[in-house]
Write a protein of this length. Sequence first.
Length: 198
Amino acid sequence: MIRAIVLGAGESRRMGAQKMLLPFGSATVIAHVVDQLLNSAIDQVLVVVGHAGDSVAEALSGRAVDIVHNPDYKSGMLSSVRCGLRALPEQCSAIMVALGDQPAITTGLIDELLQTFARNDKGIVTPLFQGKRGHPLLFSERYRAEILTHYDDVGLRGLLHAHPDDVFEWAAPTAAVLSDMDYPDDYRRALAALESRE
């Protein structure tokens, strides 16, 4: 079983509006991201919400996702990752951490990442584009306990630095793995890219 944790708890201060709820295609940003995961080979999708959590959860109503509220979301992304990890069932072979503000990620890209993980013996797979590591990140269940107790200051980057011999860098075919949305210009670029794909 491979399960996904979608991080959707941030305050979106730089965007000036709750970016998870911005319109994107026929849905919202967070719903679009979740739909890509639901259409992939992922077995379970769990969304961690925080700021405007009820509204974000409502935007996902009718979708087969589990919602977890992170009361400590202001302390950063790692707190949401841990919140998701604690909520996942024990029966799990691998965990994908996806960003709720990365709508350029497609079902096809997610499935390629899963296939890469299945084909090699590394416990961590990270997408790489033009020398830069991006998201989603996929790692073995055996790292769950370690993430729950380590890397307070550096987040998941610390996991990759601690286990360099167990990291496979998958050469992603697109810059989508690097393109999350922090500012209004990022949102406009993501919308333009969506229109060019349709």
